[in-house]
Ligand binder design. Structure first.
Ligand code: NAD
Ligand code: TYD
Length: 335
């Protein structure tokens, strides 16, 4: 199968590209703008050639998307590209709405015109907003997004599903919980806390730190997306969770224990505006329909992630300083 993947140079997208290239015969065109969060170093092990190609392009540019579809003729699309950080969306919502909503629209239009056969729109459990205990959101839970990030994702989920209802385009939406693992940009909770702990820097805890997130190892998420791509039903939404709900302070204390650093590194800071208290979903549907199960236990996944960040401090330094762009210029800049 020929798959057009967007955002394949980011955290989850690059894990998905590595997985598809390593464990299937599919061919991949990776379309990525290479924002601060996109880094081709994440794909250093994937050689360009017959099966894998990279195209630097912005999904918001309709003509560029049209040209990419016309030339590559993909049978399937897996759409990861997004501005993915809640705090950035609060500080600067415009690029977030632009990429997450309008970019998704441009991509849907190009896919519709070219008769794509499978289309996976990768989304998030944040579209359900805060879920009061003891409930877990299923796919019919109302969308009560709180941040510009989650609202732009919720809007694009609805738009994607409308392409199934209106045009019969076989769209599937996945809504995953918080991901963690190697190659995550050190601005989200787990990679930021690990890299700060390793450098003996303060670990900022928003508000009382008792907000609850469900943690999903990135490779488990990628296997779920692959399962939905292959056997999900068109027009359906699939939640994908790790079944591991923890308060933020719990997570940070575990990181400090693994890195052998003192809890005194934790500092309480002002809370995030509109901060969702608790995310919780049930993945019963994707499990029942595709046979997928999360495999990586949180303790093991976290240890593995800490190990990766301690062994890849240069990667952290490069992505933080933007120096990874040199990799692009060296390998792609001359074309
Ligand atoms: P990321 O920020 O690590 O990567 C995003 C990628 O998209 C980058 O490579 C970036 O260069 C690219 N991109 C951004 N704007 C673009 C544009 N206009 N055109 C082309 N490419 C563009 O994100 P991530 O954490 O890997 O998330 C991937 C997807 O999964 C997103 O859609 C996100 O909403 C969703 N998701 C993420 C999580 C999580 O915990 N990280 C959880 C559930 C769902
Ligand atoms: P984050 O990784 O930004 O993911 P999301 O907001 O999409 O769930 O944050 C996870 C939780 O950690 C969230 O409750 C906010 C909190 N948090 C902190 O307490 N300190 C931090 O420095 C960051 C980045 C997040």
């Amino acid at each position: 199968m020929k798959i057009l993947i967007t955002g394949g140079a980011g955290f989850i997208g690059s894990a998905f590209v590595r997985m598809v290239m390593g464990s299937t015969e599919h061919r991949v065109l990776n379309v990525d703008k290479l924002t601060y969060a996109g880094n081709l170093e994440n794909l250093a092990e994937v050689a360009e050639g017959e099966r894998y190609r990279f195209l630097r392009a912005d999904i918001c540019e309709g003509e560029a998307m049209e040209a990419a579809f016309a030339e590559y003729q993909p049978e399937a699309v897996v759409h990861f590209a997004a501005e993915s950080h809640v705090d950035r969306s609060i500080l600067s919502p415009e690029p977030v709405v632009g990429t997450n909503f309008m970019g998704s629209f441009r991509l849907l239009e190009a896919a519709r015109r070219h008769g794509v056969k499978r289309y996976v729109h990768v989304s998030t459990d944040e579209v359900y907003g805060s879920i009061a205990e003891p409930h877990d959101a299923d796919e019919d839970w109302p969308l009560v997004a709180s941040s510009p990030y989650s609202a732009s994702k919720a809007g694009s989920d609805l738009l994607a599903l409308s392409y199934w209802k209106t045009y019969g385009m076989p769209v599937m939406v996945t809504r995953a919980s918080n991901n963690y693992g190697p190659y995550q940009f050190p601005e989200k909770l787990i990679p930021l806390m690990i890299s700060n702990a390793l450098e003996d820097q303060p670990l900022p805890i928003y508000g009382d730190g008792m907000q609850v997130r469900d943690w999903l190892y990135v490779d488990d998420h990628c296997r779920a997306i692959q399962a939905v791509l292959e056997s999900g039903r068109a027009g359906e939404v699939y939640n994908v969770g790790g079944s591991r709900a923890l308060a933020n302070v719990e997570v940070v204390k575990r990181i400090l224990a693994i890195t052998g650093k003192p809890e005194s590194l934790m500092v309480g800071v002002k809370d995030r505006p509109g901060h969702d208290r608790r995310y919780a979903i049930t993945s019963e549907k994707v499990e029942r329909e595709t046979g997928w199960r999360a495999r990586v236990e949180f303790e093991k996944g976290l240890e593995e992630t800490v190990r990766w960040y301690s062994e890849n401090r240069e990667w952290v330094a490069r992505v933080k300083s933007g120096a990874y762009r040199e990799y692009y210029e060296k390998n792609y800049g001359q074309r």
